[in-house]
Structure formats: C-alpha cells, structure tokens
Design a protein around this ligand. Sequence first.
Ligand code: TYD
Ligand code: MG
Length: 454
Amino acid sequence: QKRPQKRYVCQSCGGVASKWAGQCGDCGEWNTMVEDAGASFTPFQARHNLQSGGRAITMLGLDAKVPLPDRMATGISELDRALGGGFVEGSATLIGGDPGIGKSTLLLQAAAKMALAGKAVAYVSGEEASDQVRLRAQRLGLGQAPVQLAAATSVRDILTTLGEGEAPDLLIIDSIQTMHSDLIEGAPGTVSQVRASAGELIRFAKERGTAVVLVGHVTKDGSIAGPRVMEHMVDTVLSFEGERSHQYRILRAVKNRFGGTDEIGVFAMETEGLSEVGNPSSLFLSDRDEGVTGTIVFPALEGTRPVLVEVQALTVRLASGATPRRSVVGWDNARLSMILAVLEARCGLSFSTCEVYLNIAGGYRVQDPAADLAVAAALVSALSERPLPGDAVAFGEIALSGEVRPVAHAGLRCRESSKLGFERALAPVGKLPEKSELSVSGFRTLAAFVDNLL
Ligand code: TYD
Ligand code: MG
C-alpha cells in the first residue's frame, strides 16, 4: 500500500499545502502550518461514492410546510437578544473569543439559569477540573442550579454517556479545542481534530434535538485551530469581544441561520460574574468632562440598537519635519486617513505637521460608517483648540467630494441621544425625524460644517 502523502494544514484558515512553509499561502498568517493526517480515502473510493451506495434523500418543494424552530430562552436577555430569542433545539452554536474574555463565565451563568428553569443542561469542561468549575459556580451563587457537570475531553466518552439516557436540552462544550475524536489521528486543537470533534457533536445535536454550544478560543499565534475553521459547520456564530482591561463585553452575532446578525448583547464583567447592561450608552459615556477640546458623542448603531460613544481626537504639532504619527484605537485607520485628506483638500485644514491620535472611549470598536462626521468634528476641534458643544451629538457619512451624506436610522439615533439628555444633533441634511426633542443642525458639506464650528 502506498504511504499516505504528508500534508500541512494552516491552523488559522484551514488551507492545505503539500510542503511545510513558514507562511500560509492562503491567508498569509505566519507559523500556522502544521502537519496533518492526510485524506483518508483514495480517488477511486471518492468516485465510487458518487455512483452508488447511498441512501435516497427526501426532496421537497420550496412551498413545503416549515415548522418554526423551537427556541429555548436562556433568561439572560442580552444573550437572548444576540441569539435572536434563545438557543434553537437541535442546533449548534459557536461562541468564539479571546482566552479570559468570559466565555466560560457567560455559559456557566446561562447553564445555571436554564437548569433552574427546568431544562436538562450538561456542561462538559475540557479546560478546568470539574471542582474548579463547581467552585466558580458556587462563588457566583449558582451552586444550587441542577446542571450536570463533568470534566472530559473524549468526544466518544461524552456522546456515549449522553446518548444512553434522555439527551439534554442544552450541551455546553468548553472548549472545542480541548476535545479529542478517536475517529481520526492528530492532537487536540489541530484543524482536523477540531473539525472532527465539532462534526460529531453537531451530528449528535441534529439527531437528538439538543442545542449544542461550542466554546472556541481565538488564538493569534495559530498554536491551536481558531473558531474560523468551524464557522461553516455551525448554525450560529457568536463572538465575545472586549478589552480585557475594560469591564464591558459585547456579544455579537456573526452568523445566525435562525435570526439576524446585527444584534449585540452587552455585559459588564464584575466580581460576581457577568451582569447585563441594558443601557450601554450610559456605560460608554460615564465620566465625561465638558469643555474639553477634541471630543464629541457619536450615536452609533449596533443592529437596531443605538449605542452612544465618545469620539476623542488629539493633535500634537511637530517641531521638526519628522513624519507625523497617526494612531487609531477603536476605529478604522484607513478611514481616518480619508477624513484627514478630505479636511485638507475640501476645507483647507492641514494636519500635515501634526501627529493625530483618535480614540473611541471605553475601548469600544466603531464599525458604523456614520461616525465620519463625529470624527471630523473631533479633529477640527482638536486642531483649532475650540471645544465642541457638550450637549451635541454628531453623525453622518463623509464622501471624498466633501459632501455629508445621510445615514440610516437618523431618527433612532436622535431619539436615543435625546433620551440621554443631549439637545442638539450635528447631522446631514435630509429627511429628519418628525417628532424629535433634539434640535437638528443639518449640513450639506464638510466645509459648511467646519465653517460653523470655527
Ligand atoms: P472566563 O469565563 O474563564 O474566560 P474564558 O472562558 O473566555 O477564557 O473568565 C476569565 C476572566 O474573568 C478571569 O480573568 C477573571 C474574570 N472574572 C471576573 O472578573 N469575575 C468573575 O466573577 C469571574 C467568574 C471571572
Ligand atoms: Mg474558559
């Protein structure tokens, strides 16, 4: 028999190469290529499978009756919001995030809450000893919840155990990178092991109607396979984000076969575990100083939910002719360069001798393009050393032409701003909300906006 050919798989993107390389040719990540058990079937077998030996599958028209999936609310409303109403029976959910961000804590809390509501919940930890998890649960006041807990890493053992009795309503696997499937070779954490283990667990979910939740650590160094290699296998992908040095955490739906992907859940990590943050704006806006130059509030939108954040800019004039730094935290670097270029070309403001720092307060990451106008306002205020009105928010997209373009959900942004005590909005002209408490100043161009500020 021919020896199976060696192959190398990128632990970041799953790309395959026949030779080892320092850099993955597919995704460009470094030091992520790891030797992997080769394909286990020959081309002959593959062709044979195409022709016969399968079972007939049922095919129905698009108009066939579809039962709505049964959802199990977790009772943690920020989690339910991100999931689109709760875990779906017989589905697989992946929760990805940096180590230490709070995935285990969140799932332990959800498990306890669901178990107390009468659901059968199993929590399998491959990372911590079960007593460690138990102690944490007791410290969080969840010791009384009837969660079935075990420490295990063998997928076969887990599925044999759970397959015997009534399958649980919810099964949490923490984490998928510690799991081991004996169907294939390889160490836990490699792409093939992660895929095989996830595949077996997902099959169990579909067959037995259990909602399976897989925890996936995101790793930058590629030492273990990241959640991306499983994204296509599961129904829902949630990403748990936040700065470890900050308190708040955002749970974002990245993929959801059963709901929208633009909803977020907001939590704060406290000594008693994760608490829900029903009103995120208050979190990001706490301790604002008025009369400081270079800051303005931007009403961002996360899905259908407005979140007010503070945009801060600082400019430092350089004495020498050194290349000035541009440093951005929480926003897109390229987008900042674009706004600086538009301010220079269309408004005659030069930042070429200034270092520019842009920061979104609270460690929040803005993805909403409507932030342009707020960023421009903060930059102009920092450069001119004139404070912006403390009772104003700013939003609008800026085009290269210097036009200020209308953005989606202006009304929602204004309503939330007014709810939090703001009185004015600096915004694009256009269809503005009819009944808003906010007085709206509309601008057609960035030049007009700058004239008004200066
Ligand atoms: P954890 O849920 O273990 O993270 P993950 O499973 O994503 O790796 O959370 C780890 C961090 O959370 C840890 O550094 C301590 C902190 N933490 C708290 O601040 N309060 C708490 O009540 C708990 C349980 C954890
Ligand atoms: Mg953990």
